[in-house]
Design a protein around this ligand. Structure first.
Ligand code: DC
Length: 253
C-alpha cells in the first residue's frame, strides 16, 4: 500500500507510543509508520540488544556499573525503515536473537539500570530527530517512556493498552501458536512479571497529562491501526484540540 498522506509540516513529525507488553504497540506502530511513510523506532529492541551484548560479553547482570559501562560503549545500529527494521551490534544482525526467551526473561534487569536508561535516552533522541541521513519526514517511536521522558514534546502522544487477559492471549498466540490455558500460563512471566519489574522505572499504565489513551482490548489489529491513524490525523490537522472530544469521537480517551 502506498504511503497515506499526512499534512506536510516544516519539521519532522514525531509520534510517540507507549504501552505494556502485548498491547500491540510494536506491530501497530510499525504499520502506522509504514502507512504514513515515516521511520519506525522500536526502543525495546535497543534494551534487548544491550542485554544480548552484555550476556555475550560475560558481564554479571548484577554489576550495574559494568553493565552501564558496556552499554555506553555499545556499537548499536538501528534500522528504522518500517518495512525492514533491524538491529545490529558491532555489525552482527541480532534481530532474531534478541527475541529469544533467554533475553526476554532478563531484559528488565538491564532496562531498570538508570545509567543504561540515560545512555539510551540520548541515543533514542538522536535517532528520533536525525533518522536516516537526517532527512526523514518523521518517526513513530514506541516503548515505555517515549511519551513521558524521551519525546514529551512529540506532535502526537499515545498510550496503547489492553486488558491483561487480551495481552496474555495475544502473546501466547504469538509465542506458542495458541491461546489455550497452558500457553497463557507459559506466557504469564513474560507479560505480568516483566511489566511489574519495568514499571518501577517508567509509568506506562496510566496516560500522563496530554497523552491520549487507546484501549485495544476489543479491537483487532486493523481496527487498532485505523483508530491510531484517525487520532493522528485529527491531532495533526488540528481538527480536534480538546482531549474530551477525542473521547467522544471513539475509543480514544
Ligand atoms: O517492548 P519490549 O518487550 O521489546 O521491551 C524490552 C524491554 O525494554 C522491556 O523490559 C521494557 C524495556 N523498555 C523500557 O524500559 N523502555 C522503553 N522505552 C522500551 C522498552
Amino acid at each position: 500500500m502506498s504511503a497515506q498522506s499526512v499534512p506536510t509540516q516544516a519539521r519532522p513529525l514525531v509520534i510517540a507510543v507507549d504501552g505494556p507488553s502485548g498491547s500491540g504497540k510494536s506491530s501497530v506502530s510499525r504499520e502506522v509508520a509504514r502507512r504514513l511513510g515515516l521511520e519506525y523506532l522500536d526502543t525495546g529492541a535497543m534494551y534487548r540488544a544491550a542485554t544480548w551484548s552484555v550476556v555475550e560479553a560475560g558481564i554479571d547482570l548484577a554489576d550495574a556499573a559494568a553493565v552501564a559501562e558496556h552499554v555506553r560503549n555499545l556499537d548499536l545500529t538501528m534500522a528504522t525503515d518500517p518495512t525492514a527494521p533491524g538491529v545490529r551490534v558491532a555489525g552482527h544482525d541480532v534481530s532474531a536473537a534478541i527475541r529469544e526467551t533467554r533475553i526476554s526473561s532478563i531484559v528488565s534487569k538491564v532496562a531498570t539500570n538508570l545509567d543504561v536508561r540515560a545512555e539510551m535516552l540520548k541515543r533514542q533522541r538522536d535517532l528520533i530527530t536525525a533518522g536516516r541521513n537526517g532527512t526523514h519526514q518523521g518517526c513513530v517511536a514506541e516503548g515505555r517512556d517515549i511519551t513521558t521522558v524521551v519525546a514529551p514534546d512529540a506532535d502526537v502522544r499515545l498510550l496503547l493498552t489492553a486488558s491483561e487477559e487480551a495481552r496474555l492471549a495475544r502473546r501466547a498466540k504469538e509465542l506458542h501458536g495458541s491461546a489455550d490455558a497452558a500457553s497463557v500460563e507459559a506466557t504469564r512471566d513474560q507479560i505480568v512479571r516483566r511489566d511489574s519489574d519495568d514499571s518501577t522505572v517508567s509509568n506506562f499504565e496510566v496516560a500522563a497529562d496530554g497523552v491520549m489513551h487507546l484501549d485495544s482490548s476489543a479491537l483487532d489489529f486493523e481496527q487498532t491501526v485505523d483508530a491510531v491513524l484517525a487520532a493522528i490525523t485529527r491531532i495533526v490537522t488540528g481538527s480536534v484540540t480538546d482531549l474530551d472530544e477525542h473521547a467522544r469521537a471513539g475509543a480514544v480517551s
